[in-house]
Design a protein around this ligand. Structure first.
Ligand code: WTA
Length: 648
């Protein structure tokens, strides 16, 4: 790890909203007078009834987390209505399609109208407050409109990433008992179509077998491609909106009513439905979006994530719209039609704030400086990253080649569970070190602990916990509060365990080192090894499997699967290909194993527990320090695995 340090670029420092001393003052107040600090922050959103409570929470069992609990609001009033008077004609969503030149602007007034009409369509199909509505959408403005329409009527949206398979989509529909599904005929990415309606239809069938019937499928026409149609269930959005009013009054919601569920992978079992509520989440989204991006009124802000992930929720939709910003929505991919696309879009729309993932930076870096240098990028003033640790090489390239040394690199560490950014070099407040998350966001109190939960002080490395609650914290796992407590609060009782490891250096800066549990991070996407194992295990030729992450140049981590086949199975390359295909069908392309190794045995302890530490080392081609293997039931499997790895 390089510990090179860069000062705040001087042009940026002279106009930044926050100065170094502001960070110290605000942080100090946020932890010594939390009530006062977060009462003030609460004013960032529009309340129908202002809250008298601020934070009411306990990390001791029974875990309870409430913020602003007697406040009443509807998040869409903060994101839309309140802007109409002063920002009605300001662009709210700037859509850039997959094909260059295909762009569309929606002002706050237009977005407000579309959301109200969409909300009325949902009402006409019987949706009411508290209903769960699933979205399976491409990156088009209608995705944001649909999310806000749900919020308008008090329904709880569950957005499922458009790259997930019908099986995975169905699992999520069933888990939250959702009877309305919003999708599109097809998506378009990198010049190819994605068969969303076909997948959605298949998911409805699978869900029906599990006892959950989708009564309404609301379909956005994106490509006009042929789709099959169930007249009882399917409704074209463009037809339905024609017959509804453009007025829809916002449903009054308690601050602690649910806003959305977002499924995410954990170290065990099936994905869990992370639940966020209206009040605290919106305050956190608005506050962090403002501070993290040094937001100014005329910024053009672009977060290149997908709305299917939490980054899209907080930093494409809720944060920017609550702050009255112009938010870019990009349908395509960084390399289509070529590797200069990101920077071309920045030039075309004069983007000032840009936020992307390290995996995209690494993929573009591989293409060399040429595609970057043929663009101007002169509008850019801040560059952000999220989703995985950024390696210093990628950081340096982003800083020097893309930003030409003018733009601070804002590396934001956070999680689906945290709702918004938690450890971040707030722009204008701190020098930067390539790869360091630096310091905690206001109100965030991180600590490093050892395996026994002892708090470590000074420059050290350990497991990252958070000692106190913040408004954007998830409230529960949908339908399973016990799993919530078990997952996050049982490892280090009284604290929230992040699942990440971190180092703290001599300057007190935090460096996130990655997951310390059985979650792997593939191109910034979270994947549970147990999920991939369960997908592999459902193939008839697989007797047993163990999945681990291994270092991958572009993806950060790749998926490595050790597979023991059933007796008599021929272990061929064709079978490997079939297993990859099988996982894609069960979960989706993002879960595809990058490497499969057939192995007649797995390293197990005498009690039958697989020693993943050994498997991780072998997958990483790191055979020198395998640690103690004497507790293995059969130590000879290790040599066989190494032989297999070396010849594979
Ligand atoms: C990892 C994405 C290092 C981390 C917002 C975390 C990061 C997981 C960073 C959450 C970062 C995210 N530096 N690691 N800047 N950002 N991570 O829920 O392991 O999709 O626990 O949320 O991504 O992934 P999730």
């Amino acid at each position: 790890m390089t510990d090179r340090q860069y000062p705040i670029p001087s042009d940026f420092a002279s106009v930044s909203n926050l100065k170094p001393s502001d960070y110290r003052t605000l942080y100090e107040r946020s932890v010594t007078d939390r009530e006062g600090f977060f009462r003030d922050q609460g004013a960032r959103v529009h309340w129908m009834t202002a809250p008298s409570h601020v934070g009411d929470w306990s990390f001791e069992s029974p875990v309870k987390i409430e913020w602003y609990k007697d406040g009443v609001l509807n998040v869409t009033e903060s994101c839309l209505d309140r802007h109409l008077e002063t920002r009605g004609d300001k662009v709210a969503i700037l859509f850039e399609g997959d094909e260059p030149g295909n762009s569309r602007k929606l002002t706050y007034r237009e977005l407000h109208g579309e959301v109200c009409r969409f909300a009325n369509v949902l009402k006409a199909r019987g949706a009411t407050k508290g209903d769960r509505i699933t979205l399976y959408m491409p990156m088009i403005p209608e995705a944001a409109v649909a999310m806000l329409a749900c919020a308008r009527i008090g329904a709880v949206h569950s957005v499922v990433f458009g790259g997930f398979s019908p099986e995975a989509l169905a699992g999520r529909i069933v888990d939250c008992d959702s009877h309305i599904l919003i999708t599109a005929d097809e998506g378009v990415r990198g010049g190819r179509t994605v068969p969303l309606k076909v997948n959605a239809d298949a998911a409805c069938q699978i869900a029906a077998k599990a006892g959950v019937s989708v009564d309404t499928q609301l379909v956005v026409r994106r490509t006009g491609g042929d789709v099959s149609w169930d007249a009882d269930r399917d409704v074209w959005l463009h037809e339905a909106v024609a017959s509804v009013s453009g007025d829809c009054s916002p449903e009054p919601m308690s601050a602690e009513d649910p806003l959305f569920i977002l499924y995410t992978s954990g170290s065990t079992g099936q994905p869990k439905g992370v639940l966020h509520t209206c009040g605290g989440y919106l305050v956190w989204a608005a506050m962090t979006h403002d501070y993290v991006f040094d937001l100014k009124e005329d910024d053009v802000y672009w977060c290149s994530a997908d709305v299917g992930w939490v980054t899209g929720h907080t930093y494409i939709v809720y944060g920017p719209l609550a702050n009255g910003a112009t938010t870019v929505m990009f349908e395509g991919i960084p390399t289509y039609p070529d590797a200069s696309r990101f920077w071309q879009v920045c030039d075309d729309h004069q983007v000032t704030l840009f936020y992307t993932a390290p995996t995209a930076i690494r993929a573009l870096m591989r293409e060399g400086d040429g595609p970057v240098q043929k663009t101007s990028r002169s509008s850019l003033r801040l560059l952000g990253t999220v989703g995985e640790p950024i390696n210093p090489e990628a950081w340096e390239w982003y800083f020097h080649t893309v930003g030409e040394g003018r733009c601070p690199i804002i590396d934001t560490w956070w999680q689906t569970e945290t709702g918004g950014a938690m450890i971040v070099p707030l722009p204008g407040t701190t020098p930067m070190k390539p790869g360091a998350g630096t310091f905690p966001m206001f109100g965030v109190e991180p600590a490093l602990v050892d395996a026994d939960g002892n708090t470590l002080s000074g420059a050290t490395e350990g497991n990252l916990i958070l000692k106190t609650s913040w408004p954007g914290q998830m409230r529960t796992v949908y339908g399973d509060h016990e799993r919530f407590e078990q997952t996050y609060f049982s490892t280090y009782p009284g604290s929230y365990f992040t699942g990440d490891g971190a180092r703290r250096d001599e300057d007190g800066m935090y460096w996130i080192t990655g997951r310390v549990d059985d979650v792997i991070n593939v191109s910034g996407h979270r994947m549970g090894t147990a999920e991939v194992e369960s997908a592999l295990g459902s193939h008839p030729s697989v007797a047993e499997s163990a999945v681990v992450g291994y270092p991958h140049n572009i993806k950060g981590q790749g998926i490595y699967a050790y597979v023991t086949t059933t007796a008599g199975t021929e272990e061929t390359d064709a079978l490997k290909a079939e297993l990859v295909k099988h996982v894609r069908t069960e979960i989706g392309p993002i879960a595809s194993p990058d490497l499969i190794q057939f192995s007649s045995g797995l390293p197990k302890t005498r009690s039958g527990k697989i020693m993943r530490r050994i498997l991780r080392k072998i997958a990483a081609n790191d055979y020198g320090n395998l640690g103690d293997t004497s507790t293995l039931a059969d130590p000879s499997v290790v040599d066989a695995l190494i032989d297999g790895r070396m010849s594979g």
